[in-house]
Design a protein around this ligand. Structure first.
Ligand SMILES: [Fe+2]
Length: 216
């Protein structure tokens, strides 16, 4: 999305709010790419509107859009262990930046099922440590169930560790079409409860409200 497209986006959200009246809350959010040197840009962006939330996400590693199906061939040429190491280093740095209300699809790096050998908690633990220290929340993102990895983001081990570390969680469907809004939330809610979570979050004007998962 170009910066010049922002006014159009704001207009869409206003139109949706007018149409929804008080029937559905319509929030203004943005998923922001964590890219080298983006901090100043994100800081400026945060002042450009009355955002309800800003999401931090990683889709690019050293210029490679690793989650693009069009660049899938690159996965055959990289060292998976190194790609994962870079991903989680950047995920920690993104958490430490403190710029985002929550962090998107925590283990998107597994999208095409390229995973290093062994126990993956060696990648999760340092990242969760950074997220917990930064006081950031994370998504339980249901889109992963519909991708080649056929698993929610993040993996169940990550969820349990994040819960133990006190990292707050929210449910997200990462909808790219109206029919995908809140897709699989029942399944996600059950999984979150199994991981030890009792609450999820809502955001308004960059403030969190906790609600009980059992009240969804
Ligand atoms: Fe994303």
């Amino acid at each position: 999305m170009l910066a010049s497209d922002l006014p159009t986006y704001f207009n869409w959200v206003e139109t949706a709010r007018d149409y929804a009246q008080n029937r559905i809350p319509v929030r203004l959010g943005l998923e922001c790419d964590w890219l080298p040197g983006c901090e100043q840009w994100i800081t400026e962006l945060s002042g450009k509107a009355e955002w309800d939330y800003l999401i931090g996400s990683i889709h690019y590693l050293d210029g490679w859009n690793f989650d693009s199906p069009h660049l899938l061939k690159a996965w055959e040429e990289v060292e998976v262990e190194k790609a994962w190491t870079r991903y989680w280093e950047e995920y920690s740095a993104m958490a430490r930046s403190g710029l985002f209300d929550f962090l998107g699809h925590p283990d998107l790096i597994k999208k095409f099922s390229y995973r290093p050998h062994g126990d993956l908690r060696r990648f999760y633990e340092p990242a969760i440590d950074s997220i917990a220290k930064a006081g950031c929340a994370i998504e339980l993102n249901t889109a992963g169930w519909h991708k080649p990895c056929e698993e929610q983001y993040p993996a169940t081990d990550f969820l349990s560790l994040a819960c133990s570390a006190g990292v707050p969680l929210l449910l997200s469907s990462d909808a790219h079409a109206p029919g995908e809004v809140a897709r699989d939330f029942d399944r996600a809610s059950t999984l979150a409860l199994e991981a030890g979570y009792r609450e999820t979050l809502l955001f308004e004007k960059r403030q969190r409200t906790q609600i009980r998962l059992s009240d969804l």
